[in-house]
Write a protein that binds this ligand. Structure first.
Ligand SMILES: Nc1nc2c(c(=O)[nH]1)N[C@H]1C(S)=C(S)[C@@H](COP(=O)(O)O)O[C@H]1N2
Ligand SMILES: [Mo]
Length: 333
């Protein structure tokens, strides 16, 4: 069991999968697909399709009603095309280009999101009703993946605190647990361990309640002024800009207020590498690579990307450092 998890993990957290390996794996998976009857997969066609790589990336076209953020001068945004073709969304494949190619499986409309658990007023949200009837706020946030690349993007959405407050958390609510949709028909990587990078789905994440209520914590429904493309977590995903990208769980169906610290996907997979807190911290190296610098994805992509120093709390220390006062951040990584 442990061995299986380890090897899957090494496969998926490589910084960039060399093209040759990628091509190889596609062939292997295609071969596997031919014998798919024995595997627990949605459809054989689905498997072949998942890694066939010949579907164009779906393009998000629906414009949102947003209150646009000012573009600070001298700030370089990651181009939209980069943000929608270099993704981590293992349910849609483990290579960076897979989610864009496989996004067509996900049907983000209609979509309901439950806010439940330790609350006085649990509710079910019709996400498209919210999108269609609100003016979403735009926020320009840095997102830094633990794999040492970063992007700066204009997200549109609402403060996470707004939604949580509506449910009136009880005094027992100390943490917030998030869950991604579980549906192997829509997220084919969930159909087997190997397709989904060794993860036990659904993908789950969590925050302490004060982190969740912090004004920076954001539920994004748009990117670049348009509804989220599947590969970026349509129709609603979390963005917690001071934490590693994996905290920013995609395609959320449940937000549950809970008493105990909830399990989180990457912590379950490799507890010595990924803790519950997952704050961006240049002083604490990942066990297998340095955290001191990162590559900013701008024009030109990952290989030509500019190296820059990693900032404590991803540059949001002034806003969030106080949340962790008195905590040993080497222990609570
Ligand atoms: N459900 C789900 N959410 C997820 C992931 C995933 O594999 N599944 N990957 C995470 C990781 S590791 C990162 S870096 C970000 C990437 O978000 P982006 O593709 O919009 O840049 O999504 C996060 N959310
Ligand atoms: Mo990540």
């Amino acid at each position: 069991m442990l061995l299986k998890r380890r090897s899957a993990h090494h496969l998926i957290e490589q910084d960039v999968t060399p093209e040759a390996v990628y091509q190889d794996r596609r062939l292997i998976l295609k071969g596997l697909g031919l014998g798919a009857a024995t595997l627990a997969l949605p459809t054989q066609a689905g498997v072949l399709d998942l890694f066939s790589g010949d579907k164009p990336a779906p393009v998000a076209t629906r414009a949102l009603n947003i209150h646009a953020a000012a573009r600070p001068e001298g700030l370089t945004l990651t181009p939209e095309e980069k943000a929608t073709t270099h993704n981590n969304f293992y349910e849609l494949g483990t290579d960076k280009g897979d989610p864009a190619r496989n996004g067509h499986y996900l049907k983000p409309e209609p979509w309901t999101l439950k806010v439940e658990g330790e609350v006085a007023k649990p509710f079910t949200l019709d996400v498209w009703d919210l999108i269609n009837k609100s003016t979403l706020e735009e926020r320009i946030y840095r997102l830094r993946c633990v794999e040492a690349w970063s992007m700066v993007l204009p997200w549109s959405g609402i403060a996470l605190a707004d939604l949580i407050r509506r449910a009136e958390p009880t005094s027992r609510a100390r943490f917030v647990a998030f869950e991604t949709l579980y549906d192997p028909e829509q997220l084919p990587g969930q159909a087997s361990r190997s397709l989904g990078g060794g993860i036990d789905y659904p993908y789950v994440e969590g925050l302490r309640i004060d982190e969740a209520m912090h004004p920076l914590s954001f539920l994004a429904m748009g990117l670049y002024g348009k509804a989220l493309p599947a590969q970026n977590g349509a129709p609603i995903r979390l963005v917690v800009p001071w934490k590693y990208g994996f905290k920013s769980i995609k395609s959320i169906v449940s937000i549950r207020l809970v008493e105990e610290m909830p399990p989180t996907t990457w912590n379950l997979l490799a507890p010595n590498e990924y803790g519950f807190y997952a704050n961006v911290n240049p002083a604490v190296d990942h066990p297998r690579w340095s955290q001191a610098s990162e590559r900013f994805i701008g024009e030109g992509g990952i290989f030509g990307a500019k190296r820059q120093p990693t900032l404590m709390f991803n540059g949001y220390a002034d806003e969030v450092a106080s949340l962790y006062q008195g905590m040993d951040l080497r222990k609570w990584y």
